[in-house]
Design a protein around this ligand. Structure first.
Ligand code: FES
Length: 226
C-alpha cells in the first residue's frame, strides 16, 4: 500500500494509489513508472495518471514540506507537450494541500503568498535577495512551478525552468552574459527576456520579480500563462 496521495486528484489527473496501479500504468503506457515503487512506498515520490489534454504519467517529488513536479511522460517515456505541463502545473498550484504545506521546513525560507494591490498576481517569496550574486542563477519552486531566477547587470529576472525543447532542467545549464544555455542540446535563451536566441517566436515564460524586506518575490498570475 502507498501513502495517501499528497494532492487530491481530479477527473483528468488521478493518483496511482497502489503499486499494482503503478505496474498497470507502466504496462499500458510502456513506461518505467513501476521502477519507482520504492520511492512511492517511502513517500518520496507520488504518481498520477493524466488523461488530458493528452494521456501521460506525471510524478511529484517531495522536497522538504512541499512537492514539485518531477516528470511528465507520454507513452514510451516520450516528453509531454507544454500544454500538458501547464495543466499539471495549474492543478498543483490550485491544490489546497500544496498551499498548506508550503514553507514549513525548518531553516527553509517561508513562501509567503501575498497580494499585490495593483493587480491580481500572487507574489511568492523564493530567496533571500543577498544569496543571489551577480551572474548567478538558482532554481526555485513557487507553488510547485520550476522557475529559474538569475541576476544579470544588477537586475533579477525569473523565467520558466524547463527547456521548451525536451524539458531539460535549465538550472543545470550555463549562464554567461545573460545567456542561459540548456545542458542537453545547447538551446540558448536570453534570461532577461526569455527569448530563444535562434527562433524568437519560441521562448521561456518570463515572470515579474520584486524585492520586499530583503526577499526576492516572483509574481504568478495563472490567467496570463498561455
Ligand atoms: S532539452 Fe534543452 S535544448 Fe534540448
Amino acid at each position: 500500500m502507498l501513502p495517501p496521495p499528497p494532492v487530491a486528484g481530479t477527473n483528468t489527473i488521478q493518483p496511482l494509489a497502489t503499486v499494482d496501479m503503478m505496474r498497470d500504468e507502466g504496462r499500458r503506457q510502456h513506461n518505467c513508472v513501476a521502477s519507482f515503487s520504492v520511492e512511492a512506498v517511502e513517500g518520496r515520490m507520488a504518481f498520477y495518471r493524466v488523461l488530458g489534454p493528452e494521456r501521460a504519467t506525471a510524478s511529484l517529488v517531495r522536497e522538504r514540506d512541499s512537492w514539485r513536479i518531477g516528470q511528465i511522460k507520454t507513452a514510451a517515456n516520450r516528453p509531454a507537450k507544454r500544454t500538458t505541463w501547464l495543466a499539471v502545473q495549474r492543478w498543483l498550484a490550485d491544490s489546497p494541500q500544496v498551499r498548506t504545506t508550503l514553507g514549513k521546513g525548518p531553516g527553509h525560507l517561508q513562501e509567503a503568498v501575498m497580494r499585490d494591490g495593483s493587480n491580481a498576481s500572487r507574489w511568492i517569496a523564493v530567496l533571500e535577495d543577498t544569496t543571489l550574486g551577480e551572474g548567478e542563477m538558482r532554481v526555485v519552486f513557487p507553488l510547485g512551478m520550476n522557475i529559474v531566477v538569475a541576476r544579470v547587470g544588477g537586475q533579477v529576472y525569473a523565467v520558466s525552468g524547463a527547456c521548451p525543447h525536451l524539458g531539460c532542467p535549465l538550472f543545470t545549464g550555463r549562464l554567461a552574459g545573460g545567456v542561459l544555455t540548456c545542458p542537453c542540446h545547447d538551446w540558448r535563451f536570453d534570461v532577461r527576456t526569455g527569448e530563444f536566441l535562434d527562433a524568437p517566436e519560441l521562448g521561456l515564460t518570463k515572470f515579474p520579480v520584486k524585492t520586499d524586506a530583503g526577499r526576492l518575490l516572483v509574481g504568478l498570475d495563472w490567467r496570463e500563462i498561455p
